[in-house]
Design a protein around this ligand. Structure first.
Ligand SMILES: C[S@@+](CC[C@H](N)C(=O)[O-])C[C@H]1O[C@@H](n2cnc3c(N)ncnc32)[C@H](O)[C@@H]1O
Length: 146
């Protein structure tokens, strides 16, 4: 199982997954486990080799502009194997942080996913963030490559 983590942060998820994980972030905090290849830099400037069973991005795409996402995200999605999963977790349109970031709960992003991956499902959640003492309205979008 090959997995690509775009915007891995402190490697919490990458280190606990089972499989060979390529984890990319502008600044990697923490030490990668033995099954994780950590790459530091802008993920949109990188092109990891080979194909992946899972490509995911948790709360990271929203820090990039619509223009860059539309231009460069498809370059990763061609590396998703057939029946592979593309998943993002990000902030819902009505979450206050969306005003400061790029809203992905929107039609242009859904079109990009439909075109480059396939049909998708949603899951909505309210998550309380201990560190900042407030709740976020988030969504998980999960698409399977056709
Ligand atoms: C809010 S953190 C989320 C970290 C982790 N995915 C999580 O869920 O805990 C967002 C991360 O995305 C990274 N990021 C955003 N855009 C990036 C880009 N274009 N290239 C590399 N890293 C990026 C940031 O450096 C940051 O570490």
């Amino acid at each position: 199982m090959r997995i690509l983590d775009l915007g891995c942060g402190d490697l919490t998820e990458a280190n606990t997954l089972v499989g060979d994980v390529v984890a990319i972030d502008k600044k990697i905090i923490g030490r990668p486990a033995s099954h994780v290849t950590a790459m530091e830099g802008d993920f949109f400037d990188m092109s990891p080799e080979g194909d992946f069973d899972i490509i995911y991005a948790n709360f990271s795409l929203c820090f990039n502009t619509r223009e860059v996402i539309e231009k460069k995200l498809p370059n990763f999605l061609v590396h998703l194997k057939r029946k592979g999963v593309f998943q993002i977790k990000d902030f819902h349109t009505d979450d206050p942080v969306v005003k400061k970031r790029t809203n992905l709960h929107t039609e242009w992003f859904f079109d990009l996913v439909r075109k480059n991956v396939g049909a998708f499902t949603f899951q909505d959640e309210i998550v309380f963030e201990e560190e900042h003492h407030h709740a976020h309205h988030i969504f998980t979008l999960r698409a399977v490559k056709e």
